[in-house]
Design a binder for this molecule. Structure first.
Ligand SMILES: Nc1ncnc2c1ncn2[C@@H]1O[C@H](COP(=O)(O)OP(=O)(O)O)[C@@H](O)[C@H]1O
Ligand SMILES: [Mg+2]
Length: 429
């Protein structure tokens, strides 16, 4: 869509305004052009803001939402007002429609309902012709500045030398658990760096129109808007950078070349950029040690190595941890995860695995039924199955991760040191 849908938010509660803005930020076609805390303020700024769609709270102190709707529509006849109210105010709603509102939603609206209503309203708006012109002053609105965040996400890479150990299952559910913990004002991103056969979109039932392959050719001019266009939102609030649709599409990453250290240039640039937009970036990976994995390791604060209690996988995990050590990765950046622990069966005891390697940061129980359902229906284990042992273990793991980073550990040494030492290996790969 060439033209963005200009939306104005009117609500007297700052938190509600912020929540709505946040929900809208998931839609690349929508731009919040103004926020007002009262009916009076809405009427004052509407001519300047020239919104296509106005989200109007019914209950406002002073001039109420219905009166404000009348005045807003008077000032900008093409503005489509969507009223928001708590349940049980239907009579109010009828009056609002009389005053010129186009639609109404119950508070708090779901992201789907809200965006559907906005797109519907915008279609009506377009039928009304060009109407008011675009913004008078091009460029950044105060809101845009507000949206830009100054933060540095913790980057967590999930890896196992073998497929089928549960990396993707863990990546997806950890992200959902962390997102619930950080709340709606912060966010978690999953990057599907299994570029050829990534299936995060299947596990999260996403229907992506854009993938990492669309981002790689643009790393030179990467900015927040571009990233936002590629991110696919999940209902949990987690944002996903989806793997390319077909294995051959991953080629654009190879074309971008590798750094001297062997790390893939494009993926490293993307991760380095993304980390300033989120609180946590979780990278799901393929199972080879290649430039893509090295890029991810370079920017990671923690590398989580996953194994199930079976000898070939344990051996693979042990070899990989040894490789990390040879490359001088700091011990506190390596975590072992034992997935599919089942005391009733014949698996190797977790204690024995830890003895062969390092203490496990988490032990995740086996639950074939739940995990299979999750994989087959694209319905993650969390939040629905939070009370099952598997769900609980994922939540506990997420809590542990948060603690791992909030405890005052001295600032982890920059991966660049390790990357330097790895230069030789990078050339071998
Ligand atoms: N804790 C678990 N208990 C039982 N099955 C699991 C568990 N974790 C993952 N699985 C199943 O194992 C299979 C592989 O999981 P997946 O996350 O795709 O692994 P990977 O990404 O390492 O290839 C999936 O069918 C998944 O449902
Ligand atoms: Mg996987």
């Amino acid at each position: 869509m060439a033209e963005k849908i200009r939306v104005m938010i009117v609500d007297d509660i700052a938190e509600t305004r912020e929540q709505l803005r946040k929900l809208l930020s998931f839609d690349p076609d929508v731009e919040v052009v103004a926020m007002a805390a009262s009916g009076e303020e809405a009427v004052q700024v509407v001519s300047q803001a020239r919104p296509d769609v106005v989200l109007m709270d019914v209950n406002l102190p002073g001039m109420d939402g219905i009166a404000a709707t009348g005045k807003v529509v008077e000032a900008i006849p093409t503005a489509q007002v969507i009223m928001l109210s708590v349940q049980g105010e239907t009579d109010y709603m009828r009056r609002a429609m009389m005053a010129g509102a186009r639609d109404y939603l119950t508070k708090p609206p779901s992201a789907d309902d809200l965006l559907d209503a906005i797109h519907r309203a915008f279609k009506l708006r377009q039928k009304m012709g060009t109407g008011p012109l675009g913004p008078t002053t091009a460029g950044a609105t105060p809101q845009a500045a507000q949206i830009r965040r100054e933060k540095r996400a913790k980057v967590l890479t999930i890896y196992s030398p073998k497929g089928g150990t549960g990396c993707t299952t863990l990546a997806v559910n950890l992200a959902i658990a962390l997102q619930a913990m950080v709340g709606p004002d912060s966010s978690v991103c999953v990057v599907d760096a299994n570029l050829q056969f990534g299936d995060v979109s299947i596990f999260m039932k996403l229907q992506p129109t854009r993938t990492l392959a669309d981002l790689a050719p643009h790393i030179q001019d990467l900015d927040a808007d571009l990233l936002k266009n590629i991110l696919v939102p999940h209902t949990s609030g987690v944002q996903v950078l989806v793997a390319p649709a077909a294995p051959e599409d991953a080629e654009v990453f190879t074309e971008a070349g590798v750094e001297e250290t062997g790390a893939n240039h494009a993926l490293k640039a993307i991760l380095n950029f993304a980390r300033y937009q989120f609180d946590y970036v979780i990278v799901d990976t393929a199972h080879a040690v290649d430039g893509i994995l090295l890029a991810s390791l370079d920017v990671s604060d923690l590398v989580m190595v996953v194994t199930r209690p079976v000898i070939p996988e344990i051996r693979g995990a042990r070899l990989f941890i040894e490789l990390l050590r040879k490359l001088d990765y700091a011990t506190e950046k390596i975590a072992l995860i034992i997935n599919g622990v089942d005391n009733k069966r014949m698996g190797i005891q977790p204690e024995a695995i830890e003895k062969a390697m390092i203490p496990a940061m988490a032990q995740i129980p086996m639950d074939e039924r739940l995990a299979l359902r999750a994989a087959n229906y694209g319905e993650p284990i969390l939040p629905k199955n939070a009370r099952t042992p598997l769900g609980q273990a994922m939540i506990d793991f997420a809590k542990k991760l948060r603690m791992h980073f909030t405890e005052e550990v001295p600032e982890a040494p920059a991966m660049n040191n390790e990357a330097q030492k790895r230069a030789g290996l990078g050339r071998l790969l």
